[in-house]
Design a protein around this ligand. Structure first.
Ligand SMILES: Cc1cc2nc3c(=O)[nH]c(=O)nc-3n(C[C@H](O)[C@H](O)[C@H](O)COP(=O)(O)OP(=O)(O)OC[C@H]3O[C@@H](n4cnc5c(N)ncnc54)[C@H](O)[C@@H]3O)c2cc1C
Length: 396
């Protein structure tokens, strides 16, 4: 990989035509929209290009996660040491969402109702106690509670529960509302949003990066790659290794019922999340797979995921058995090595990566803030050393 890239770029707000900008942001999910909005607030001439794919930002469950996810404990035990070290980013990210919601001044159904991760066996109790200790060591406020206290605060649970980790900082919001409000803010800030345009590759000449679209090109001094699972292939066109993957996932929502659930429920060893929306509907998910269907943008629902996910939800919260499922859907979760990738590519000055780690909707706006602060020479509110884009090596 060569190290010479365009160093000057276009000066701030120096756009002269519709194909020259100070910064191109690739990807208009929650991360790319926030990066574009924050850059425009700095006075930069920004264009955000999005292909309108079926991305996580439009399909996610809106849980604001803080405690360490059980799917991480189950599926990636080898990544735990690095994940633990950076887990304090999650309460900061939820705090940032709360401040953002206040600044937006429009309803996005944000509620911090706390979260429970349930154990149903002795082994799960031990796992949760270890997890809780690791969280406390690493700056996340959580507490283990026994079965009788758990059933007194969550009487809707199956009586066989043995205990839980409670984390008061967890919450939820409505991503469809949040996306719409942030998209309006982005447009009002002066940033341009080009939807349904696909970035094919990035080239460069002595003066600027050339972002090549299906029908044209945009030149800019800075490029931010915030394209979720699409980030890896785009980075590869610059010779940069960024191992993003697309993970198709399944979600369900029931008819409305009387309010009974304030917070977020998860299980220590099973793929399940349950929460209740303002409307009274219950959202059931937890990472059950859908199937990518060739070139079709929407993943296919798997019957086994539908029945398995709902069966598990009913076993944990028996009253769900009386509710009809109204709708299920699938979307693409972008994954990487669990940790966010944030910062400038040192070998390609002017190229920045903004890919949030696990639970990326929780992290998206805060990651955008951290990146934009670092781009303007301000000390980010959270250390970025563990999130370097260079950690994967330099071969695509
Ligand atoms: C079913 C489901 C439930 C989830 N639930 C939660 C949850 O409860 N809480 C949570 O925190 N996270 C959740 N997630 C994860 C979360 O949705 C993602 O991590 C998050 O949306 C990532 O945001 P992003 O903006 O970084 O990427 P994305 O949302 O993937 O956005 C990237 C954008 O870039 C576009 N793009 C890609 N390639 C190109 C290209 N070549 N040219 C132009 N545009 C391109 C894509 O179409 C997309 O619009 C869930 C995900 C799924 C699928």
């Amino acid at each position: 990989m060569t190290t010479d890239g365009p160093t000057s770029g276009f000066p701030s707000a120096a756009r002269t035509t519709d194909s020259e900008f100070d910064t191109v942001v690739i990807g208009g999910g929650i991360t790319g929209m926030c990066v574009s909005w924050f850059l425009a607030q700095e006075g930069a001439a920004v264009v955000c290009v999005d292909d309108g794919g079926n991305a996580g930002s439009g399909a996610n469950a809106g849980s604001l996660h803080v405690q360490m996810q059980s799917r991480v404990l189950r599926l990636f035990p080898q990544r735990m040491p690095d994940y633990e070290k950076t887990v304090a980013i999650y309460p900061r990210a939820v705090d940032f969402w709360q401040r953002l919601a206040a600044e937006l001044g429009e309803d996005i159904d944000l509620r911090i109702g706390g979260g429970l991760m349930i154990a149903q066996s002795d082994a799960e109790v031990r796992l949760l106690q270890r997890k809780c200790a690791a969280e406390t060591r690493n700056g996340v406020d959580s507490a283990f509670i026994g079965a009788s206290e758990l059933l007194s605060i969550a009487p809707y649970l199956h009586s066989g529960v043995r205990g839980a980790v409670y984390c008061a900082a967890e919450g939820q919001l409505n991503p469809l509302l949040a996306n719409a409000v942030i998209r309006r803010r982005l447009r009002r800030s002066g940033a341009q949003l080009r939807e349904r345009e696909t970035v094919l590759r990035i080239d460069r000449d002595a003066r600027a990066y050339r972002v090549i679209l299906a029908g044209g090109e945009i030149r800019a001094g800075r490029v931010v790659i915030a394209a979720g699972a699409g980030s890896g292939p785009i980075a590869a066109t610059l010779g940069l290794r960024l191992p993003t993957r697309a993970e198709p996932l399944h979600m369900n929502v029931t008819e409305a019922t009387t309010p009974f659930l304030d917070g977020l429920l998860q299980h220590a060893a099973q793929p399940i999340t349950v929460k209740q929306l303002h409307s009274g509907q219950v959202l059931v998910g937890g990472g059950w797979p859908a199937r990518a269907s060739g070139a079709a943008p929407v993943p296919e629902i798997l019957r086994a995921s539908l029945t398995g996910n709902l069966r598990l939800a009913q076993a944990l919260v028996p009253r769900l058995a009386g509710l009809q499922v109204l709708r299920c859907w699938a979307g693409v979760n972008p994954t990487i090595d669990l940790l966010s990738v944030l910062g400038e590519v040192t070998s390609l000055p002017g190229v920045f990566i903004a890919v949030p780690g696990d639970a990326g909707y929780t992290l998206g706006p805060y990651c955008a803030r951290l990146l934009v602060d670092s781009m303007y020479g301000r000390r980010p509110d959270f250390p970025l050393e563990n999130f370097s884009p260079m950690r994967f090596g330099d071969r695509p």
